[in-house]
Write a protein that binds this ligand. Sequence first.
Ligand code: HEC
Ligand code: HEC
Ligand code: HEC
Length: 115
Amino acid sequence: MRTSTLRTIVVIGLVLFSSNVFAQICVNCHKKVTPNIVSDWELSKHSRTDVGCTVCHGDQHKTDQDTSKAKMPTPDTCAPCHGTRVEQFKKGKHAFAWAAQWAMPTAHWQPMALM
Ligand code: HEC
Ligand code: HEC
Ligand code: HEC
Protein backbone atom coordinates (compact mmCIF):
# COMPACT_ATOMS: atom_id res chain seq x y z
CA MET A 1 0.00 0.00 0.00
CA ARG A 2 2.69 2.47 1.10
CA THR A 3 4.97 1.63 -1.87
CA SER A 4 2.17 2.02 -4.42
CA THR A 5 1.18 5.42 -2.99
CA LEU A 6 4.80 6.46 -3.12
CA ARG A 7 5.11 5.19 -6.69
CA THR A 8 2.03 7.21 -7.72
CA ILE A 9 3.48 10.36 -6.17
CA VAL A 10 6.80 9.82 -7.98
CA VAL A 11 5.03 9.26 -11.35
CA ILE A 12 2.84 12.37 -10.97
CA GLY A 13 5.91 14.34 -9.93
CA LEU A 14 7.86 13.20 -13.00
CA VAL A 15 4.99 14.08 -15.37
CA LEU A 16 4.67 17.59 -13.89
CA PHE A 17 8.45 18.01 -13.87
CA SER A 18 8.89 16.97 -17.52
CA SER A 19 5.99 19.16 -18.73
CA ASN A 20 7.57 22.11 -16.88
CA VAL A 21 10.99 21.41 -18.39
CA PHE A 22 9.43 21.34 -21.88
CA ALA A 23 7.50 24.56 -21.25
CA GLN A 24 10.70 26.26 -20.10
CA ILE A 25 12.53 25.22 -23.29
CA CYS A 26 9.71 26.67 -25.43
CA VAL A 27 9.49 29.86 -23.39
CA ASN A 28 13.27 30.50 -23.40
CA CYS A 29 13.53 30.42 -27.18
CA HIS A 30 10.13 32.00 -27.93
CA LYS A 31 10.92 34.98 -25.70
CA LYS A 32 13.31 35.90 -28.53
CA VAL A 33 11.32 34.58 -31.53
CA THR A 34 7.73 35.60 -30.61
CA PRO A 35 7.99 37.75 -27.44
CA ASN A 36 4.38 38.98 -27.64
CA ILE A 37 2.97 35.45 -27.69
CA VAL A 38 5.03 34.56 -24.62
CA SER A 39 3.93 37.69 -22.75
CA ASP A 40 0.24 37.02 -23.66
CA TRP A 41 0.63 33.54 -22.20
CA GLU A 42 2.43 34.85 -19.09
CA LEU A 43 -0.43 37.30 -18.45
CA SER A 44 -3.09 34.61 -18.95
CA LYS A 45 -4.53 32.24 -16.38
CA HIS A 46 -3.01 29.35 -18.35
CA SER A 47 0.53 30.20 -17.18
CA ARG A 48 -0.65 30.33 -13.57
CA THR A 49 -2.48 27.00 -13.82
CA ASP A 50 0.41 25.07 -15.43
CA VAL A 51 -1.23 24.94 -18.89
CA GLY A 52 2.07 25.27 -20.77
CA CYS A 53 2.82 25.64 -24.49
CA THR A 54 3.01 21.87 -25.02
CA VAL A 55 -0.58 21.32 -23.85
CA CYS A 56 -1.80 23.11 -27.01
CA HIS A 57 1.12 22.70 -29.43
CA GLY A 58 2.56 19.29 -28.50
CA ASP A 59 6.24 18.59 -27.77
CA GLN A 60 7.45 17.39 -31.19
CA HIS A 61 8.89 20.73 -32.38
CA LYS A 62 12.01 21.51 -30.35
CA THR A 63 14.35 23.63 -32.52
CA ASP A 64 14.13 26.35 -35.18
CA GLN A 65 14.63 23.62 -37.83
CA ASP A 66 11.46 21.62 -37.16
CA THR A 67 8.74 24.25 -36.69
CA SER A 68 6.33 22.36 -38.99
CA LYS A 69 6.06 19.71 -36.25
CA ALA A 70 4.29 22.18 -33.93
CA LYS A 71 0.62 21.24 -33.61
CA MET A 72 -1.97 23.95 -34.16
CA PRO A 73 -4.85 23.60 -31.72
CA THR A 74 -8.44 23.00 -32.80
CA PRO A 75 -11.51 23.41 -30.56
CA ASP A 76 -11.05 19.75 -29.59
CA THR A 77 -7.73 20.69 -27.93
CA CYS A 78 -9.64 22.93 -25.50
CA ALA A 79 -12.51 20.48 -24.92
CA PRO A 80 -10.99 18.36 -22.12
CA CYS A 81 -10.83 21.46 -19.87
CA HIS A 82 -13.52 23.75 -21.36
CA GLY A 83 -16.11 21.13 -22.41
CA THR A 84 -19.24 23.26 -21.98
CA ARG A 85 -17.80 26.24 -23.89
CA VAL A 86 -16.58 24.08 -26.80
CA GLU A 87 -19.98 22.40 -27.03
CA GLN A 88 -21.72 25.80 -27.11
CA PHE A 89 -19.26 27.04 -29.75
CA LYS A 90 -19.77 24.02 -31.98
CA LYS A 91 -23.56 24.55 -31.97
CA GLY A 92 -23.21 28.19 -33.05
CA LYS A 93 -22.90 29.59 -36.56
CA HIS A 94 -19.40 30.92 -35.81
CA ALA A 95 -18.09 27.36 -35.85
CA PHE A 96 -19.54 26.81 -39.34
CA ALA A 97 -18.13 30.11 -40.59
CA TRP A 98 -14.72 29.19 -39.15
CA ALA A 99 -14.69 25.82 -40.92
CA ALA A 100 -15.85 27.40 -44.21
CA GLN A 101 -13.26 30.16 -43.97
CA TRP A 102 -10.34 27.76 -43.55
CA ALA A 103 -11.64 25.53 -46.33
CA MET A 104 -10.86 28.39 -48.77
CA PRO A 105 -7.27 27.89 -49.98
CA THR A 106 -6.79 31.67 -50.30
CA ALA A 107 -7.53 32.23 -46.59
CA HIS A 108 -4.06 31.00 -45.70
CA TRP A 109 -2.42 33.68 -47.85
CA GLN A 110 -4.08 36.64 -46.14
CA PRO A 111 -1.97 38.75 -43.75
CA MET A 112 -2.82 37.76 -40.15
CA ALA A 113 -4.03 41.32 -39.43
CA LEU A 114 -6.92 40.82 -41.88
CA MET A 115 -8.07 37.48 -40.51
C1 HEC B 1 15.49 27.03 -30.42
C2 HEC B 1 14.30 27.84 -30.59
C3 HEC B 1 12.91 27.25 -30.43
C4 HEC B 1 12.44 26.37 -29.48
C5 HEC B 1 13.21 25.67 -28.36
C6 HEC B 1 11.02 26.23 -29.73
N1 HEC B 1 10.64 26.97 -30.82
FE1 HEC B 1 8.77 27.15 -31.55
N2 HEC B 1 9.49 28.20 -33.17
C7 HEC B 1 10.79 28.66 -33.29
C8 HEC B 1 10.91 29.40 -34.54
C9 HEC B 1 12.17 30.09 -35.07
C10 HEC B 1 9.63 29.38 -35.14
C11 HEC B 1 9.21 30.03 -36.46
C12 HEC B 1 8.69 31.42 -36.11
C13 HEC B 1 8.21 32.19 -37.30
O1 HEC B 1 8.28 31.71 -38.43
O2 HEC B 1 7.73 33.32 -37.07
C14 HEC B 1 8.75 28.62 -34.25
C15 HEC B 1 7.41 28.38 -34.49
C16 HEC B 1 6.53 27.84 -33.56
C17 HEC B 1 5.10 27.72 -33.74
C18 HEC B 1 4.31 28.16 -34.96
C19 HEC B 1 4.39 27.05 -35.99
C20 HEC B 1 3.64 27.40 -37.25
O3 HEC B 1 3.32 26.44 -38.00
O4 HEC B 1 3.38 28.59 -37.53
C21 HEC B 1 4.59 27.16 -32.59
C22 HEC B 1 3.14 26.86 -32.31
C23 HEC B 1 5.72 26.90 -31.71
N3 HEC B 1 6.87 27.32 -32.33
C24 HEC B 1 5.63 26.34 -30.44
C25 HEC B 1 6.71 25.86 -29.70
C26 HEC B 1 6.62 24.96 -28.56
C27 HEC B 1 5.32 24.45 -27.96
C28 HEC B 1 7.89 24.70 -28.16
C29 HEC B 1 8.35 23.79 -27.03
C30 HEC B 1 7.94 22.38 -27.07
C31 HEC B 1 8.79 25.44 -29.04
N4 HEC B 1 8.04 26.12 -29.96
C32 HEC B 1 10.18 25.43 -28.95
C33 HEC B 1 11.81 28.44 -32.40
C34 HEC B 1 11.76 27.61 -31.29
C1 HEC C 1 -4.48 27.25 -24.42
C2 HEC C 1 -3.79 26.88 -25.63
C3 HEC C 1 -2.48 27.53 -25.98
C4 HEC C 1 -1.36 27.64 -25.19
C5 HEC C 1 -1.16 27.20 -23.75
C6 HEC C 1 -0.35 28.26 -26.03
N1 HEC C 1 -0.86 28.51 -27.29
FE1 HEC C 1 0.18 29.18 -28.91
N2 HEC C 1 -1.55 29.23 -30.01
C7 HEC C 1 -2.78 28.80 -29.55
C8 HEC C 1 -3.78 29.08 -30.58
C9 HEC C 1 -5.28 28.77 -30.47
C10 HEC C 1 -3.09 29.68 -31.66
C11 HEC C 1 -3.68 30.17 -33.00
C12 HEC C 1 -3.79 28.99 -33.92
C13 HEC C 1 -4.36 29.38 -35.27
O1 HEC C 1 -4.23 30.53 -35.69
O2 HEC C 1 -4.93 28.47 -35.92
C14 HEC C 1 -1.68 29.74 -31.27
C15 HEC C 1 -0.67 30.23 -32.09
C16 HEC C 1 0.69 30.22 -31.75
C17 HEC C 1 1.77 30.59 -32.63
C18 HEC C 1 1.64 30.97 -34.09
C19 HEC C 1 1.21 32.39 -34.27
C20 HEC C 1 1.09 32.75 -35.74
O3 HEC C 1 0.55 33.82 -35.98
O4 HEC C 1 1.51 31.99 -36.62
C21 HEC C 1 2.94 30.48 -31.92
C22 HEC C 1 4.34 30.78 -32.40
C23 HEC C 1 2.58 30.04 -30.58
N3 HEC C 1 1.20 29.90 -30.52
C24 HEC C 1 3.48 29.80 -29.58
C25 HEC C 1 3.13 29.49 -28.26
C26 HEC C 1 4.08 29.44 -27.15
C27 HEC C 1 5.58 29.67 -27.27
C28 HEC C 1 3.36 29.11 -26.03
C29 HEC C 1 3.85 29.03 -24.59
C30 HEC C 1 4.50 30.24 -24.08
C31 HEC C 1 1.96 28.94 -26.46
N4 HEC C 1 1.88 29.19 -27.81
C32 HEC C 1 0.93 28.55 -25.62
C33 HEC C 1 -3.04 28.19 -28.35
C34 HEC C 1 -2.17 28.09 -27.29
C1 HEC D 1 -5.29 21.39 -19.54
C2 HEC D 1 -6.48 22.21 -19.36
C3 HEC D 1 -6.73 23.36 -20.31
C4 HEC D 1 -6.71 23.35 -21.70
C5 HEC D 1 -6.37 22.21 -22.64
C6 HEC D 1 -7.15 24.68 -22.10
N1 HEC D 1 -7.40 25.45 -21.01
FE1 HEC D 1 -8.09 27.37 -21.01
N2 HEC D 1 -8.01 27.43 -18.97
C7 HEC D 1 -7.64 26.36 -18.15
C8 HEC D 1 -7.66 26.79 -16.76
C9 HEC D 1 -7.35 25.92 -15.55
C10 HEC D 1 -8.03 28.16 -16.77
C11 HEC D 1 -8.18 29.09 -15.56
C12 HEC D 1 -9.44 28.77 -14.80
C13 HEC D 1 -10.61 29.47 -15.37
O1 HEC D 1 -10.62 30.70 -15.37
O2 HEC D 1 -11.56 28.78 -15.82
C14 HEC D 1 -8.26 28.53 -18.17
C15 HEC D 1 -8.67 29.78 -18.60
C16 HEC D 1 -8.95 30.12 -19.93
C17 HEC D 1 -9.41 31.43 -20.38
C18 HEC D 1 -9.56 32.66 -19.49
C19 HEC D 1 -8.18 33.31 -19.62
C20 HEC D 1 -7.81 34.36 -18.62
O3 HEC D 1 -6.57 34.66 -18.52
O4 HEC D 1 -8.68 34.90 -17.92
C21 HEC D 1 -9.57 31.34 -21.73
C22 HEC D 1 -10.04 32.46 -22.69
C23 HEC D 1 -9.22 29.99 -22.14
N3 HEC D 1 -8.85 29.27 -21.02
C24 HEC D 1 -9.26 29.54 -23.43
C25 HEC D 1 -8.76 28.30 -23.86
C26 HEC D 1 -8.70 27.87 -25.24
C27 HEC D 1 -9.20 28.69 -26.44
C28 HEC D 1 -8.14 26.62 -25.23
C29 HEC D 1 -7.82 25.73 -26.42
C30 HEC D 1 -7.04 26.31 -27.53
C31 HEC D 1 -7.85 26.25 -23.85
N4 HEC D 1 -8.24 27.31 -23.05
C32 HEC D 1 -7.30 25.06 -23.43
C33 HEC D 1 -7.31 25.11 -18.57
C34 HEC D 1 -7.16 24.69 -19.88
